[in-house]
Design a protein around this ligand. Sequence first.
Ligand code: SF4
Ligand code: SF4
Length: 94
Amino acid sequence: MNFVNDETFPEPPVIIHVNRDRCDGCGLCVDVCPDFALKVIDSHTRPGKKIVRVESTKCHGCGVCQATCPKEAITLPGLGPDDLREYISQAING
Ligand code: SF4
Ligand code: SF4
């Protein structure tokens, strides 16, 4: 088994990215954010639908919302679901 170290792990992320095609505005992430950085709003691109918006000045990239989202709609740069799968794969398979 290999270890993921400082050289293979990205710098601490600053702010999340919300995938507008995946987010359905369920609000689960809003409830868990410790910094009250998330808010469900009306979608501008999909009339009648909701989406979550992040307030960039409040988000500190802790990742709690990403871990909570059932749609995998939230991504931390370099630490999104696909990135984490790759790190785990590297750690197991080398
Ligand atoms: S938990 Fe996911 S799907 Fe629900 S509002 Fe947050 S980002 Fe959107
Ligand atoms: S990464 Fe942390 S601080 Fe930023 S929106 Fe998600 S839960 Fe809130």
